[in-house]
Design a protein around this ligand. Structure first.
Ligand code: NAD
Length: 409
């Protein structure tokens, strides 16, 4: 099924994993469920304003709406219509609000389905502090990390069967008969595949980013002391990939004193230790590369250090496509009330503009958000003494007003 794309826009191309962006790129958007109806219009308005401020009439995003979630169910009868996947595959760049995952009923998480269908193998979550955001840390300004989470494998891939099912019985029987492993026959069973291919492409991407962005280190996070052939192998494959960057990286264990300028230190930490490290010594960590489930937990924990998931952006990347997304859920209690924090989706738009090579617009967008919060203009979740609580739409207007003094063409 081929969907029609709007006139006046051109397709973004991917060349060796990098975006080549025309002046009028087609960009897909999924509004999202719940607070999506509040935070998407605000994000769209500030993104358009930042692009206009940076480039005048020369550059403009041509948006393509694609349906997913409850809106798709209402309009098409399905949660993830074939036309949505077709358009995303063709347009290659998209941004999405949160989607409800209906509990039970055999429906896969729409987010997991999107990642698997488009092979978006790297989930990237930068976490840094914005002045004025309430934080549980004494020195939240020391937090500046970028998490690269493997997105396609692990126990997270959804390969599992319930207790008492024929599939679980088959696997339990096979393990007993062929490998002599005894498992309680009433167990549910989940499978944890970790491959060299998926691990290496993720770590390769993390190291390449660290070199290009002049970051200080890449930490491989794993639970290899216990899960030797999955998590431990991830660590070993990560070090193998590091050897592909001679002169650009150095292993922590080979260092005597500080690393040479511009060289990225490669180190590894066991996952449980890493949770205390990022709390006690956030300044010692920079880029993190890890498996799927570790990355899921760790990215929310690190986001909480700087004000929570309302402010943490995310991107799901392959070498041919990129989908940027708010990392929080649909927050149903706040939906339609024009009060949710649009920060996560707006900062996801910043990541999108950076990946498109539109650095000037990305900077205006990020600076206007940081300035509004520093000026005490905040949504309900970031209220602190001396700050003024505003609606989602008012926050967007405050940002656009601040853009008038920034950058410009
Ligand atoms: P949630 O992220 O929606 O909410 C967790 C808490 O954070 C709530 O207290 C909520 O009010 C608050 N919160 C979240 N985003 C906020 C924002 N932008 N501004 C202010 N406060 C915010 O998580 P949940 O309640 O566990 O999940 C609700 C639904 O969202 C479920 O259907 C779940 O499957 C889905 N979900 C989707 C995604 C996604 O699309 N990427 C991620 C997580 C959860």
């Amino acid at each position: 099924m081929t969907s029609t794309l709007p006139a006046g826009g051109d397709l973004v191309e991917f060349v060796q994993g990098q975006m080549r962006t025309p002046d009028h790129p087609l960009v897909a958007f999924i509004e999202g469920d719940g607070i999506g109806i509040d935070i998407w219009p605000a994000t769209r308005a500030v993104t358009e304003a930042a692009v206009q401020r940076a480039y005048g009439q020369r550059r403009k995003i041509v948006w393509v709406e694609v349906l997913a979630g409850e809106k798709a169910k209402k309009l098409t009868g399905g949660y993830l219509p074939a036309a949505t996947l077709d358009t995303l595959r063709r347009v290659k760049v998209g941004i999405k609000g949160p989607l409800t995952t209906p509990i039970g009923g055999g429906i896969r998480s729409l987010n997991v389905a999107l990642r698997q269908e488009l092979d978006l193998y790297a989930c990237v979550r930068p976490v840094r502090y914005y002045q004025g955001v309430p934080s549980p840390l004494k020195h939240p300004e020391q937090v500046d990390m970028v998490i690269y989470r493997e997105n396609t494998e692990d126990v997270y891939a959804g390969i599992e069967w319930p207790s008492g099912s024929a599939e679980s019985a088959l696997l339990i029987g096979t393990l007993k008969d062929h490998l002599g492993v005894r498992i309680d026959p009433q167990s549910g069973i989940g499978i944890k595949p970790i491959s060299p291919n998926a691990s290496k492409r993720l770590v390769r991407r993390a190291i390449a980013y660290a070199i290009e962005a002049h970051r200080r280190s890449v930490t491989l996070v794993h639970k290899g002391n216990i899960q030797k052939f999955t998590e431990g192998a991830f660590r070993d494959w990560g070090y193998e990939v590091a050897a592909e960057f001679p002169g650009r990286v150095v292993l922590e264990q080979e260092l005597n004193g500080p690393p040479p300028d511009g060289v990225v230190v490669i180190k590894d930490r066991i996952a449980d230790n890493m949770f205390q490290q990022v709390l006690l010594h956030p300044e010692a960590y920079d880029v993190i590369a890890t498996t799927n489930l570790n990355g899921d937990y760790l990215s929310d924990a690190i986001a909480a250090e700087v004000g929570g998931i309302g402010m943490a952006p995310g991107a799901n990347l392959s070498d041919q496509a990129a989908v940027f997304e708010a990392t929080h859920g649909t927050a149903p209690r706040h939906a339609g009330k024009d009060e949710a924090n649009p920060g996560s989706l707006m900062l996801s738009a910043v990541m999108m503009l950076q990946a498109m090579g539109w650095q000037e617009a990305a900077k205006i967008l990020e600076d206007s958000l940081a300035k509004s919060i520093a000026d005490g203009i905040v949504t309900y979740d970031l209220v602190r003494p001396g700050a003024t609580r505003v609606a989602t739409s008012e926050f967007a207007r405050a940002m656009i007003a601040r853009m008038q003094d920034m950058g410009g063409n």
